[in-house]
Design a binder for this molecule. Structure first.
Ligand code: UGA
Length: 497
């Protein structure tokens, strides 16, 4: 039954040999982009897992064997573990909690208007757990949360457990039973599009714990993955997660700022990234210049970390600059288009890529959405294509024939276009027949927001090709700087899902 699965293909990953899966089921609360891959990964490692979520439609879709979002290898695992019985989706959160000793909390922590993380779902989960403490529970915080959230979870569980009949509370009088639980922090580092691979091949696992029991339980779960396990206290584990995302965002904004300089002086950012990235102290990854970082994690986690630092009076100007450079990207990108076309009013623009990155259908905070929003406001018609995320995008920009058209292929999007934009670096776009693409266009202007293509090849193919930080001298650093405030104002209008 287990042969040929993902674990079997992964050297170094061992499946658990015991039948502890039957004795100690695990509950994963929240079936989103973190919870579902985590739940299926644990099932593949041999655990019985309840995938709990109070969104009935999500659970029904999972019960019917359909993944609720696109993630490579996930559908295969879902099908396998519905059949094996090791993954059980449920909206009966209380029953799942009652049956489990370990509970992974993977609910959403969206951004509030003031930039702080909205922890209301975490607080609600803590109260639900408090009401269902029928024995020792290890509550594992996996959602990305600001440092000291675990402390608040502990306080909330303790307070509400005293009011729970399960702990002897009667007629509004607090009970005396001691709530028996631990809270641990186990941040996730899964990248969308690689979440299943990342689950089985983590660079490290971080666990913030306060008791030996919590540590042993988590080590037992993660030991088969054969990776370094960093054991620390709760607040440190929480801060590791935010620091990791903030550092990666910093690398991206750094290289984008260098890209602006490259455009100003006629240098090539791709070669700069290679030249610095080969130094192992710097590293080659996350130095891809382009239209900036999006997604559900980097923008909101950066904001939340800035908020946390400000709350504690810790100067964090470096992070604010990272954010500011990122918000400038769409304007820097669109200025290249404006430079080429002069006027956007009445033009038709093909937009290739809607997802915030390839291999996902996730459009949350995708730079492409802000690009489309600006194009629409400036009176351009858009012809949109993305291999996975068009159904999600239609909820944000409904189809209006002749103004907003969703196309079945990149070639269809090119039809009659005065310019084409690359906004997500899908491999499919790299492999297009660009001569055929150009022939479908009205005017062969191509603005590559992801530096996906080779400039010389594109020019040979007959395009007026513009990219990010690849030496097109039309922008001055001064202009880019003054756009920061404008981009922030645009961002406040928010077009994301
Ligand atoms: C990110 C982190 O990489 C994960 O480790 C973390 O677990 C996750 O957030 C999270 O907090 O849940 P993810 O948002 O899936 O993962 O995507 P990334 O691959 O990190 O890309 C984020 C954005 O940065 C994308 O829009 C991507 O296009 C952009 N990016 C990335 C660049 O512009 N340049 C780069 O060099 C790399």
């Amino acid at each position: 039954m287990l042969r040929g699965g993902i674990v079997d293909k992964m050297p170094g990953v061992r499946r658990r040999k015991t039948k502890a899966n039957e004795r100690n089921p695990i509950t994963v609360l929240g079936m989103g982009h973190v919870g579902l891959p985590t739940a299926l990964g644990l099932a593949e490692l041999g655990w019985k897992v309840f995938g709990a979520d109070d969104a009935v439609h999500k659970i029904e879709q999972l019960e019917n064997g359909q993944a609720t979002f696109y993630e490579p290898e996930m559908q295969e695992l879902l099908t396998k573990h519905l059949a094996s019985g090791r993954f059980e989706p449920t909206h009966d959160v209380q029953a799942a909690l009652a049956a489990s000793k370990v509970v992974f909390v993977c609910v959403g922590t969206p951004q509030r208007d003031d930039g702080a993380a909205d922890l209301s779902q975490i607080e609600a989960v803590a109260r639900t757990i408090a009401r269902n403490l029928n024995g020792y529970k290890l509550v594992v915080e996996k959602s990305t949360v600001p440092a000291s959230t675990a402390e608040r979870i502990k306080r909330t569980i303790t307070r509400y457990a005293r009011l729970s009949p399960a702990n002897g509370a009667r007629n509004g009088q607090a009970g005396v039973g001691a709530a028996h639980f631990d809270v641990a922090s186990n941040p996730e580092f899964l990248q969308e599009g690689k979440a299943i691979r990342d689950f089985f091949h983590p660079d490290r696992v971080v666990i913030g714990v306060e008791s030996e029991q919590a540590r042993e339980l988590l080590e037992q779960i993660y030991r088969p993955l054969n990776c370094p396990i960093v054991v620390t206290d709760l607040a440190t584990a929480e801060l590791i997660k935010h620091s990791a995302n903030a550092f990666l965002s910093t690398k991206i904004s750094f290289i984008n700022m260098i890209g602006d300089l490259c455009d100003a002086v006629g240098a090539d950012v791709e070669s700069v990234a290679q030249g610095i990235g080969l130094d192992p102290r710097i590293g080659r990854q996350f130095l891809k210049a382009g239209i900036g970082f999006g997604g559900y994690c980097f923008p909101k986690d950066l904001r939340a970390l800035i908020h946390l630092a400000e709350e504690h009076g810790v100067p964090c100007g470096i992070l604010s600059e990272v954010e500011s450079v990122n918000l400038d990207r769409v304007e820097v990108f669109l200025d290249k288009l404006r430079h080429a076309l002069w006027v956007l009013q009445g033009k038709t623009i093909a937009v290739l890529g809607l997802a915030f990155k390839p291999l996902t259908d996730d459009i949350r905070e995708a730079p492409a959405l802000r690009v489309i929003d600006r194009l629409r406001k400036e009176g351009a018609a858009v012809r949109l294509y993305d291999p996975e995320s068009m159904p999600n995008a239609q909820a944000v920009f409904p189809e209006i024939p002749g103004r907003v058209d969703y196309c079945r292929s990149a070639y269809e999007a090119a039809r009659g276009a005065h310019a084409a934009l690359i906004t997500t670096e899908w491999d499919e776009f790299r492999k297009l027949n660009w001569t055929k693409f150009r022939e479908a266009m009205e005017v062969p202007v191509l603005v590559d927001g992801r530096n996906l293509l080779d400039p010389a090849e594109m020019r040979d193919a007959g395009f007026e090709y513009l990219a990010m930080g690849r030496g097109s001298r039309q922008q001055s650093a001064g202009k880019a700087h003054s756009r920061g405030r404008h981009a922030r104002a645009v961002e406040r209008e928010r077009v994301g899902a």
